[in-house]
Ligand binder design. Structure first.
Ligand SMILES: *Cc1c(COP(=O)(O)O)cnc(C)c1O
Length: 229
C-alpha cells in the first residue's frame, strides 16, 4: 500500500490549522497536532514520521504498543481511548500523554505505575460535556472532584481536560461544547490554584471550531490518514 498521500494531507491539515489560528488571533505553535493513526499500519505512521511529524495518538493500548515498538524512538505517544484499570501500567510505560482518565481508581493505578517508570506522565481528565450516553468521561461535578485527586498525586503531571463533541453537530453546538470545557478548565484552575494548560478537543470534522474555543491539542485521524475501514 502506498501511503505517500499522508504527507500531503498532513501538510493540508497543518495549513488549515495555522490559517484558523491566525484568523482568531492565536499562535499556531501553541496548538499541538496529535495524528490519530488507529487502524492504520505502522507504514502509514512512518510516512507521516518521514514528513517530520512526531506526535501520534492511538485509542487502544495494544495497538499503541505495537506501533511504539515498530517505529523509531523520539515520538510523543498519546493514548486517547478508554483505558481499563488492568492496562494502566502498560499504558503508563509507553505513553507520554493519557487523555482518557475518568476515575480516581485509574488515577491511582497510573500514578503507581509512573513511580516505577521514572518519568512524569501527562494526564488529562476526559469530560462528557455533551452528556451523550454513548460517551465515556466524567460529568462536570465529578471532574472537579477527580481534579482534586489528580493534583494530589506526585508521579503524574495533571495537564488539562479532554472532550469529544457529538459526531456531525452544528457549529453553534460545537462552540457551546468546546467553550464549556474551557470554562470548566478555568473553574478548576481557580478553585485549585493550579495551571491546566491543555484543552484536548477537535477532530477531523470539528477542529476549526475547537481552535476558536481554545484547543491546545487536536486529535485528527481521518483528515490525515483517510477513512477507516
Ligand atoms: C478516532 C478518534 C479521534 C480522531 O477522529 P477523526 O474523526 O478520524 O479525526 C479523535 N479522538 C478520539 C478519542 C478518537 O477515538
Amino acid at each position: 500500500m502506498d501511503y505517500s498521500y499522508v504527507r500531503y494531507q498532513l501538510e493540508e491539515v497543518k495549513l488549515r490549522i495555522s490559517q484558523m489560528a491566525d484568523s482568531c488571533g492565536r499562535k499556531s505553535q501553541e496548538i499541538k497536532l496529535a495524528a490519530v493513526s488507529k487502524t492504520f499500519p505502522a507504514e502509514a505512521v512512518l510516512a507521516a514520521y518521514e514528513a517530520g511529524h512526531r506526535i501520534f495518538a492511538e485509542n487502544r493500548v495494544q495497538e499503541l504498543a505495537e506501533k511504539h515498538s515498530a517505529l523509531p524512538p523520539g515520538i510523543e505517544w498519546h493514548l486517547i481511548g478508554h483505558l481499563q484499570s488492568n492496562k494502566a501500567s502498560k499504558a503508563a510505560a509507553i505513553s507520554d500523554y493519557i487523555h482518557s482518565v475518568d476515575s480516581d481508581a485509574l488515577l491511582d493505578r497510573i500514578d503507581r505505575a509512573s513511580s516505577e517508570n521514572g518519568k512524569k506522565l501527562n494526564i488529562l481528565l476526559e469530560v462528557n460535556i455533551s452528556g451523550e450516553d454513548s460517551k465515556f468521561g466524567l460529568d462536570e461535578t465529578s471532574a472537579m472532584k477527580c481534579a482534586e485527586k489528580a493534583c494530589s498525586l506526585k508521579n503524574i503531571q495533571f495537564s488539562g481536560l479532554m472532550t469529544m463533541a457529538p459526531y456531525g453537530a452544528e457549529e453553534c453546538e460545537l462552540r457551546r461544547i468546546f467553550s464549556s470545557l474551557r470554562n470548566l478548565r478555568d473553574r478548576i484552575e481557580n478553585s485549585l490554584r493550579i495551571r491546566l494548560p491543555e484543552l484536548s478537543m477537535g477532530m477531523s470534522g470539528d477542529y476549526e471550531a475547537a481552535i476558536r474555543e481554545g484547543a491546545t491539542i487536536l486529535r485528527i485521524g481521518t483528515a490525515i490518514f483517510g477513512k477507516r475501514t
